[in-house]
Design a protein around this ligand. Structure first.
Ligand code: ZN
Length: 437
Protein backbone atom coordinates (compact mmCIF):
# COMPACT_ATOMS: atom_id res chain seq x y z
CA UNK A 1 0.00 0.00 0.00
CA UNK A 2 1.36 3.41 -0.97
CA UNK A 3 0.02 6.72 0.35
CA UNK A 4 1.36 9.73 -1.54
CA UNK A 5 1.79 13.34 -0.48
CA UNK A 6 0.06 13.18 2.87
CA UNK A 7 0.52 15.08 6.13
CA UNK A 8 1.55 12.67 8.87
CA UNK A 9 2.15 12.95 12.59
CA UNK A 10 5.76 11.83 13.10
CA UNK A 11 7.04 9.88 16.11
CA UNK A 12 7.07 13.09 18.18
CA UNK A 13 3.50 13.75 17.04
CA UNK A 14 4.51 16.77 15.01
CA UNK A 15 2.96 17.30 11.54
CA UNK A 16 5.15 16.61 8.51
CA UNK A 17 3.65 17.61 5.18
CA UNK A 18 4.18 16.07 1.73
CA UNK A 19 5.15 12.65 3.07
CA UNK A 20 5.06 9.40 1.11
CA UNK A 21 4.34 6.26 3.11
CA UNK A 22 4.89 2.70 1.90
CA UNK A 23 3.42 -0.23 3.80
CA UNK A 24 4.75 -3.73 3.18
CA UNK A 25 4.22 -6.94 5.16
CA UNK A 26 2.23 -5.15 7.83
CA UNK A 27 4.90 -2.54 8.61
CA UNK A 28 5.94 0.93 7.48
CA UNK A 29 8.74 0.18 5.02
CA UNK A 30 9.23 3.79 3.96
CA UNK A 31 8.18 7.10 5.53
CA UNK A 32 9.69 10.22 3.96
CA UNK A 33 9.57 12.88 1.31
CA UNK A 34 11.38 10.97 -1.45
CA UNK A 35 9.48 9.47 -4.37
CA UNK A 36 8.73 5.77 -3.90
CA UNK A 37 9.47 4.07 -7.21
CA UNK A 38 9.52 0.43 -6.20
CA UNK A 39 5.72 0.18 -5.75
CA UNK A 40 3.73 -0.38 -8.93
CA UNK A 41 0.14 -0.70 -7.61
CA UNK A 42 -2.56 1.95 -7.25
CA UNK A 43 -1.81 4.54 -4.61
CA UNK A 44 -3.91 6.56 -2.16
CA UNK A 45 -3.71 10.30 -2.62
CA UNK A 46 -3.04 12.15 0.62
CA UNK A 47 -4.25 15.48 -0.65
CA UNK A 48 -6.40 17.15 2.02
CA UNK A 49 -5.84 14.24 4.39
CA UNK A 50 -3.90 13.51 7.58
CA UNK A 51 -2.39 10.19 8.65
CA UNK A 52 -1.85 9.49 12.32
CA UNK A 53 -1.44 6.41 14.53
CA UNK A 54 -4.69 4.60 15.28
CA UNK A 55 -6.15 4.69 18.78
CA UNK A 56 -5.49 2.20 21.59
CA UNK A 57 -8.62 1.94 23.73
CA UNK A 58 -7.12 0.50 26.91
CA UNK A 59 -10.19 -0.20 29.01
CA UNK A 60 -13.34 -1.61 27.51
CA UNK A 61 -16.04 -4.22 28.10
CA UNK A 62 -16.88 -4.57 24.46
CA UNK A 63 -20.04 -6.75 24.54
CA UNK A 64 -21.65 -4.11 26.79
CA UNK A 65 -22.63 -2.37 23.56
CA UNK A 66 -25.72 -4.58 23.98
CA UNK A 67 -26.63 -2.77 27.21
CA UNK A 68 -26.14 0.72 25.80
CA UNK A 69 -28.74 3.06 27.32
CA UNK A 70 -29.95 0.54 29.90
CA UNK A 71 -30.52 1.85 33.44
CA UNK A 72 -29.95 5.52 32.76
CA UNK A 73 -29.79 7.96 35.65
CA UNK A 74 -29.12 5.47 38.47
CA UNK A 75 -26.34 5.45 41.05
CA UNK A 76 -23.36 3.24 40.15
CA UNK A 77 -24.38 0.56 42.65
CA UNK A 78 -28.06 0.56 41.59
CA UNK A 79 -27.04 0.59 37.94
CA UNK A 80 -24.83 -2.45 38.50
CA UNK A 81 -27.05 -4.50 40.78
CA UNK A 82 -30.48 -3.65 39.39
CA UNK A 83 -29.72 -3.39 35.68
CA UNK A 84 -26.32 -4.64 34.51
CA UNK A 85 -26.00 -7.83 36.55
CA UNK A 86 -29.53 -9.11 35.69
CA UNK A 87 -28.89 -8.33 32.01
CA UNK A 88 -25.48 -10.01 32.07
CA UNK A 89 -26.87 -13.12 33.80
CA UNK A 90 -28.68 -13.91 30.57
CA UNK A 91 -25.82 -13.28 28.18
CA UNK A 92 -24.60 -16.39 26.40
CA UNK A 93 -21.30 -16.82 24.63
CA UNK A 94 -22.81 -16.22 21.20
CA UNK A 95 -24.48 -13.03 22.48
CA UNK A 96 -21.08 -11.74 23.55
CA UNK A 97 -19.68 -12.73 20.15
CA UNK A 98 -22.16 -10.47 18.36
CA UNK A 99 -21.96 -7.75 21.02
CA UNK A 100 -18.19 -7.71 20.53
CA UNK A 101 -18.63 -7.41 16.76
CA UNK A 102 -21.05 -4.52 17.24
CA UNK A 103 -18.41 -2.85 19.40
CA UNK A 104 -15.67 -3.66 16.89
CA UNK A 105 -17.62 -1.86 14.16
CA UNK A 106 -17.97 1.20 16.33
CA UNK A 107 -14.31 1.05 17.31
CA UNK A 108 -12.75 0.70 13.88
CA UNK A 109 -15.07 3.29 12.35
CA UNK A 110 -13.85 5.81 14.92
CA UNK A 111 -10.17 4.99 14.41
CA UNK A 112 -9.41 2.41 17.07
CA UNK A 113 -6.87 -0.27 16.14
CA UNK A 114 -6.50 -2.08 19.46
CA UNK A 115 -8.42 -2.56 22.70
CA UNK A 116 -7.82 -3.93 26.18
CA UNK A 117 -11.02 -5.72 27.10
CA UNK A 118 -12.32 -7.16 30.35
CA UNK A 119 -15.46 -9.26 30.36
CA UNK A 120 -16.62 -12.88 30.46
CA UNK A 121 -17.18 -15.40 27.63
CA UNK A 122 -13.69 -14.36 26.56
CA UNK A 123 -13.25 -17.20 24.07
CA UNK A 124 -16.25 -15.88 22.11
CA UNK A 125 -15.02 -12.28 22.37
CA UNK A 126 -11.55 -13.31 21.15
CA UNK A 127 -13.10 -15.14 18.19
CA UNK A 128 -15.12 -12.05 17.26
CA UNK A 129 -12.28 -9.55 17.54
CA UNK A 130 -9.84 -11.86 15.78
CA UNK A 131 -12.27 -12.17 12.87
CA UNK A 132 -12.73 -8.38 12.78
CA UNK A 133 -8.91 -8.13 12.65
CA UNK A 134 -8.70 -5.60 15.45
CA UNK A 135 -5.86 -6.05 17.93
CA UNK A 136 -7.02 -6.97 21.42
CA UNK A 137 -5.61 -7.68 24.88
CA UNK A 138 -8.38 -9.79 26.38
CA UNK A 139 -9.02 -10.78 29.97
CA UNK A 140 -11.75 -12.26 32.09
CA UNK A 141 -12.46 -9.88 34.97
CA UNK A 142 -12.10 -12.52 37.68
CA UNK A 143 -14.18 -12.00 40.79
CA UNK A 144 -15.08 -14.09 43.83
CA UNK A 145 -15.76 -12.84 47.32
CA UNK A 146 -15.69 -16.31 48.85
CA UNK A 147 -12.31 -17.15 50.43
CA UNK A 148 -13.14 -20.87 50.12
CA UNK A 149 -13.52 -20.76 46.33
CA UNK A 150 -10.42 -22.04 44.63
CA UNK A 151 -9.49 -19.61 41.82
CA UNK A 152 -8.51 -22.46 39.50
CA UNK A 153 -12.10 -23.74 39.70
CA UNK A 154 -13.57 -20.49 38.35
CA UNK A 155 -14.75 -20.68 34.75
CA UNK A 156 -12.97 -17.40 33.99
CA UNK A 157 -9.70 -18.85 35.24
CA UNK A 158 -10.07 -21.90 33.01
CA UNK A 159 -11.04 -19.74 30.04
CA UNK A 160 -7.98 -17.53 30.63
CA UNK A 161 -5.69 -20.56 30.48
CA UNK A 162 -7.48 -21.93 27.40
CA UNK A 163 -7.18 -18.60 25.55
CA UNK A 164 -3.57 -18.29 26.62
CA UNK A 165 -2.84 -21.69 25.12
CA UNK A 166 -4.65 -20.80 21.89
CA UNK A 167 -2.84 -17.49 21.46
CA UNK A 168 0.56 -19.00 22.15
CA UNK A 169 0.04 -21.49 19.35
CA UNK A 170 -0.48 -18.67 16.85
CA UNK A 171 2.16 -17.01 14.71
CA UNK A 172 0.69 -13.52 15.08
CA UNK A 173 0.06 -11.45 18.21
CA UNK A 174 -3.27 -9.87 17.27
CA UNK A 175 -4.96 -11.41 20.31
CA UNK A 176 -3.08 -11.28 23.60
CA UNK A 177 -4.20 -12.42 27.04
CA UNK A 178 -4.01 -10.36 30.22
CA UNK A 179 -4.65 -11.53 33.79
CA UNK A 180 -7.96 -9.92 34.74
CA UNK A 181 -8.94 -9.01 38.28
CA UNK A 182 -12.29 -7.25 38.32
CA UNK A 183 -11.52 -5.14 41.40
CA UNK A 184 -10.50 -5.28 45.05
CA UNK A 185 -14.12 -4.90 46.18
CA UNK A 186 -15.26 -7.99 44.26
CA UNK A 187 -12.32 -10.23 45.18
CA UNK A 188 -11.25 -12.47 48.01
CA UNK A 189 -7.70 -12.26 49.33
CA UNK A 190 -7.11 -15.73 47.90
CA UNK A 191 -8.16 -14.61 44.42
CA UNK A 192 -6.04 -11.44 44.40
CA UNK A 193 -2.93 -13.37 45.42
CA UNK A 194 -3.67 -16.09 42.86
CA UNK A 195 -4.02 -13.54 40.03
CA UNK A 196 -0.70 -11.96 41.07
CA UNK A 197 0.93 -15.41 40.92
CA UNK A 198 -0.71 -16.30 37.60
CA UNK A 199 0.56 -13.08 36.02
CA UNK A 200 4.03 -13.69 37.38
CA UNK A 201 4.15 -17.32 36.21
CA UNK A 202 2.84 -16.55 32.73
CA UNK A 203 4.40 -13.11 32.22
CA UNK A 204 1.04 -11.33 31.91
CA UNK A 205 -0.21 -7.80 32.42
CA UNK A 206 -2.74 -7.46 35.28
CA UNK A 207 -5.81 -5.52 34.12
CA UNK A 208 -8.03 -4.26 36.95
CA UNK A 209 -10.32 -1.45 38.19
CA UNK A 210 -8.82 0.72 40.93
CA UNK A 211 -10.32 3.53 43.06
CA UNK A 212 -13.12 4.35 40.64
CA UNK A 213 -15.33 5.89 43.33
CA UNK A 214 -14.80 7.49 46.72
CA UNK A 215 -17.06 4.82 48.27
CA UNK A 216 -14.95 1.98 46.86
CA UNK A 217 -11.76 3.65 48.08
CA UNK A 218 -13.11 4.30 51.59
CA UNK A 219 -14.60 0.82 52.03
CA UNK A 220 -11.34 -0.81 50.96
CA UNK A 221 -9.55 1.07 53.73
CA UNK A 222 -12.16 -0.11 56.24
CA UNK A 223 -11.75 -3.70 55.05
CA UNK A 224 -7.99 -3.76 54.86
CA UNK A 225 -6.57 -1.99 57.88
CA UNK A 226 -6.45 1.50 56.30
CA UNK A 227 -4.79 0.28 53.10
CA UNK A 228 -6.06 1.92 49.90
CA UNK A 229 -6.86 -0.35 46.92
CA UNK A 230 -3.38 0.29 45.43
CA UNK A 231 -1.67 -0.41 48.76
CA UNK A 232 -3.75 -3.53 49.36
CA UNK A 233 -3.10 -4.87 45.84
CA UNK A 234 0.60 -4.18 46.31
CA UNK A 235 0.58 -6.16 49.57
CA UNK A 236 -0.80 -9.12 47.58
CA UNK A 237 1.94 -8.96 44.95
CA UNK A 238 -0.10 -7.47 42.08
CA UNK A 239 2.43 -4.69 41.41
CA UNK A 240 5.22 -7.20 40.87
CA UNK A 241 3.66 -7.42 37.39
CA UNK A 242 2.89 -4.79 34.74
CA UNK A 243 -0.44 -3.29 35.79
CA UNK A 244 -3.13 -1.68 33.64
CA UNK A 245 -5.40 0.10 36.11
CA UNK A 246 -8.68 1.61 35.00
CA UNK A 247 -10.02 4.84 36.56
CA UNK A 248 -7.75 5.69 39.54
CA UNK A 249 -9.86 8.74 40.33
CA UNK A 250 -8.91 8.73 44.02
CA UNK A 251 -5.22 7.94 44.39
CA UNK A 252 -3.32 8.96 47.50
CA UNK A 253 0.29 10.20 47.46
CA UNK A 254 1.57 6.77 48.49
CA UNK A 255 -0.53 5.14 45.74
CA UNK A 256 0.97 7.42 43.11
CA UNK A 257 4.50 6.55 44.27
CA UNK A 258 3.71 2.83 44.07
CA UNK A 259 2.26 3.16 40.57
CA UNK A 260 5.11 5.31 39.26
CA UNK A 261 7.77 3.02 40.73
CA UNK A 262 6.18 -0.15 39.37
CA UNK A 263 5.71 1.25 35.85
CA UNK A 264 1.93 0.82 35.98
CA UNK A 265 -0.40 2.47 33.48
CA UNK A 266 -3.57 4.37 34.35
CA UNK A 267 -6.48 4.10 31.95
CA UNK A 268 -8.39 7.36 32.11
CA UNK A 269 -12.10 6.86 31.31
CA UNK A 270 -13.39 10.40 31.48
CA UNK A 271 -16.84 9.89 29.91
CA UNK A 272 -17.67 6.96 32.16
CA UNK A 273 -16.33 8.70 35.28
CA UNK A 274 -18.39 11.80 34.58
CA UNK A 275 -21.52 9.93 33.51
CA UNK A 276 -21.56 7.74 36.62
CA UNK A 277 -20.72 10.73 38.81
CA UNK A 278 -17.47 9.15 39.98
CA UNK A 279 -15.27 12.25 39.70
CA UNK A 280 -12.40 13.49 37.54
CA UNK A 281 -8.97 11.88 37.90
CA UNK A 282 -6.10 14.37 38.17
CA UNK A 283 -4.23 12.85 35.23
CA UNK A 284 -1.92 15.81 34.74
CA UNK A 285 -0.56 15.16 38.23
CA UNK A 286 -0.11 11.48 37.39
CA UNK A 287 1.85 12.44 34.27
CA UNK A 288 4.08 14.68 36.42
CA UNK A 289 4.63 11.67 38.71
CA UNK A 290 5.97 9.73 35.70
CA UNK A 291 2.99 7.37 35.42
CA UNK A 292 2.00 6.18 31.93
CA UNK A 293 -1.47 7.71 31.52
CA UNK A 294 -3.65 6.38 28.72
CA UNK A 295 -7.17 6.98 27.46
CA UNK A 296 -10.12 4.62 27.22
CA UNK A 297 -13.87 4.53 26.77
CA UNK A 298 -14.87 1.91 29.38
CA UNK A 299 -17.95 -0.09 28.29
CA UNK A 300 -20.62 1.42 26.08
CA UNK A 301 -23.19 0.96 28.85
CA UNK A 302 -21.56 3.73 30.91
CA UNK A 303 -20.34 6.07 28.17
CA UNK A 304 -22.54 5.53 25.91
CA UNK A 305 -20.20 5.07 22.97
CA UNK A 306 -16.76 3.68 22.11
CA UNK A 307 -15.43 6.76 20.36
CA UNK A 308 -11.82 7.54 21.28
CA UNK A 309 -11.94 10.91 19.53
CA UNK A 310 -14.63 12.01 21.94
CA UNK A 311 -12.57 10.69 24.87
CA UNK A 312 -9.53 12.75 23.81
CA UNK A 313 -11.65 15.87 23.53
CA UNK A 314 -13.27 15.37 26.94
CA UNK A 315 -10.08 14.28 28.72
CA UNK A 316 -8.38 17.53 27.79
CA UNK A 317 -11.36 19.79 28.50
CA UNK A 318 -12.42 18.15 31.75
CA UNK A 319 -8.86 18.30 33.12
CA UNK A 320 -8.44 21.96 32.26
CA UNK A 321 -11.86 22.83 33.68
CA UNK A 322 -11.70 20.76 36.87
CA UNK A 323 -8.21 21.88 37.84
CA UNK A 324 -8.48 25.50 36.62
CA UNK A 325 -5.52 25.42 34.25
CA UNK A 326 -5.87 25.98 30.51
CA UNK A 327 -2.21 25.07 29.89
CA UNK A 328 -2.48 21.48 31.11
CA UNK A 329 -3.08 18.43 28.91
CA UNK A 330 -2.08 19.98 25.55
CA UNK A 331 -3.12 18.24 22.31
CA UNK A 332 0.22 16.46 21.68
CA UNK A 333 0.11 14.92 25.16
CA UNK A 334 -3.49 13.82 24.71
CA UNK A 335 -2.74 12.30 21.30
CA UNK A 336 0.15 10.28 22.77
CA UNK A 337 -2.08 9.07 25.62
CA UNK A 338 -4.63 7.80 23.10
CA UNK A 339 -2.08 6.07 20.86
CA UNK A 340 1.54 5.18 21.62
CA UNK A 341 1.18 5.24 25.43
CA UNK A 342 -1.71 2.79 25.09
CA UNK A 343 0.30 0.52 22.80
CA UNK A 344 3.07 0.38 25.39
CA UNK A 345 0.57 -0.33 28.19
CA UNK A 346 -0.57 -3.32 26.15
CA UNK A 347 3.00 -4.54 25.78
CA UNK A 348 2.96 -3.75 22.05
CA UNK A 349 6.32 -2.05 21.84
CA UNK A 350 6.59 -1.79 18.05
CA UNK A 351 3.20 -0.07 17.65
CA UNK A 352 1.68 3.35 18.10
CA UNK A 353 3.87 5.62 15.94
CA UNK A 354 4.35 6.23 12.23
CA UNK A 355 8.00 5.34 11.73
CA UNK A 356 9.92 3.07 9.40
CA UNK A 357 9.98 -0.49 10.72
CA UNK A 358 7.03 -0.03 13.07
CA UNK A 359 3.71 -1.87 12.68
CA UNK A 360 1.38 -0.22 10.17
CA UNK A 361 -1.55 0.61 12.48
CA UNK A 362 -2.87 3.95 11.35
CA UNK A 363 -5.88 6.04 10.42
CA UNK A 364 -6.42 8.59 7.68
CA UNK A 365 -8.73 11.54 8.26
CA UNK A 366 -10.33 13.66 5.58
CA UNK A 367 -9.53 17.23 6.64
CA UNK A 368 -11.37 18.92 3.80
CA UNK A 369 -14.26 19.87 6.08
CA UNK A 370 -15.63 23.23 7.24
CA UNK A 371 -15.08 22.44 10.92
CA UNK A 372 -11.41 21.59 10.29
CA UNK A 373 -10.40 24.84 8.61
CA UNK A 374 -8.21 26.83 8.93
CA UNK A 375 -5.14 24.92 10.16
CA UNK A 376 -3.53 27.27 12.64
CA UNK A 377 -2.78 24.25 14.78
CA UNK A 378 -3.31 20.79 13.30
CA UNK A 379 -3.00 18.96 16.64
CA UNK A 380 -5.66 21.19 18.19
CA UNK A 381 -7.91 20.50 15.20
CA UNK A 382 -7.44 16.75 15.71
CA UNK A 383 -8.21 16.82 19.45
CA UNK A 384 -10.86 19.53 19.68
CA UNK A 385 -12.53 19.75 16.27
CA UNK A 386 -12.29 16.44 14.41
CA UNK A 387 -15.21 13.99 14.47
CA UNK A 388 -15.24 10.27 13.87
CA UNK A 389 -17.24 11.01 10.69
CA UNK A 390 -14.02 12.57 9.33
CA UNK A 391 -12.38 9.15 9.32
CA UNK A 392 -11.49 7.96 5.84
CA UNK A 393 -9.80 4.66 6.64
CA UNK A 394 -8.49 2.46 9.43
CA UNK A 395 -5.54 0.13 8.82
CA UNK A 396 -4.34 -2.54 11.25
CA UNK A 397 -1.10 -4.43 10.67
CA UNK A 398 -1.11 -3.12 7.11
CA UNK A 399 -4.61 -4.41 6.38
CA UNK A 400 -7.49 -2.04 5.67
CA UNK A 401 -10.44 -2.89 7.94
CA UNK A 402 -12.58 0.19 7.26
CA UNK A 403 -12.67 2.56 4.31
CA UNK A 404 -15.11 5.21 3.18
CA UNK A 405 -17.92 3.93 5.41
CA UNK A 406 -17.45 0.25 4.48
CA UNK A 407 -16.52 -2.49 6.94
CA UNK A 408 -14.14 -4.86 5.20
CA UNK A 409 -13.84 -7.52 7.91
CA UNK A 410 -17.34 -7.53 9.45
CA UNK A 411 -20.76 -8.37 7.99
CA UNK A 412 -22.52 -5.19 9.15
CA UNK A 413 -26.10 -6.26 8.38
CA UNK A 414 -25.75 -9.67 10.01
CA UNK A 415 -24.34 -8.17 13.21
CA UNK A 416 -27.09 -5.56 13.49
CA UNK A 417 -29.72 -8.24 12.93
CA UNK A 418 -28.21 -10.65 15.47
CA UNK A 419 -27.74 -8.00 18.16
CA UNK A 420 -31.33 -6.76 17.84
CA UNK A 421 -32.69 -10.30 17.96
CA UNK A 422 -30.57 -11.27 20.95
CA UNK A 423 -31.30 -8.14 23.00
CA UNK A 424 -35.01 -8.72 22.44
CA UNK A 425 -34.62 -12.28 23.70
CA UNK A 426 -32.65 -11.28 26.81
CA UNK A 427 -34.96 -8.45 27.76
CA UNK A 428 -38.13 -10.45 27.19
CA UNK A 429 -36.86 -13.15 29.53
CA UNK A 430 -36.08 -10.64 32.26
CA UNK A 431 -38.92 -8.31 31.50
CA UNK A 432 -39.65 -7.48 35.13
CA UNK A 433 -36.05 -6.50 35.89
CA UNK A 434 -34.99 -4.83 32.65
CA UNK A 435 -37.96 -2.68 31.80
CA UNK A 436 -36.32 -0.15 29.48
CA UNK A 437 -36.16 -2.79 26.80
ZN1 ZN B 1 -14.61 -0.87 33.50
Amino acid sequence: MLIKDITILDKEFQPVEHTNVLVENGRFSYVGTKEVTRYAGAFISGKGKVMMPGFYNTHCHVPMTMARGLGEGLSLSDWLTKKMFPFEENLKGEDCYYGALLGAMELISSGCVSISDMYFHILDIARALDGAKIKANICHGLSSSDEQTKPENLKGWKDTLTLLKQTRQRKDDRIQVDAGLHAEYTSSDTLVRAVAELAKDQGLIVHTHISETQKEHRECKERHNEMSPVQYLKSCGIFENPVLAAHCVYLENEDRKIMAKSGASISHCISSNMKLGSGIAPISTYVDDGINVIIATDGAASNNNLNMMEEMHLASLAGKGAFHDSTMLPPAMILKMATVNGAHAQGRKDCGVIEMGKRADFIILDMDKPHLLPTHNLLANLVYSAQSSDLYMTVIDGETVYKNGEFLTIDRERVLYEVTKRVNRICHRKKAKVREC
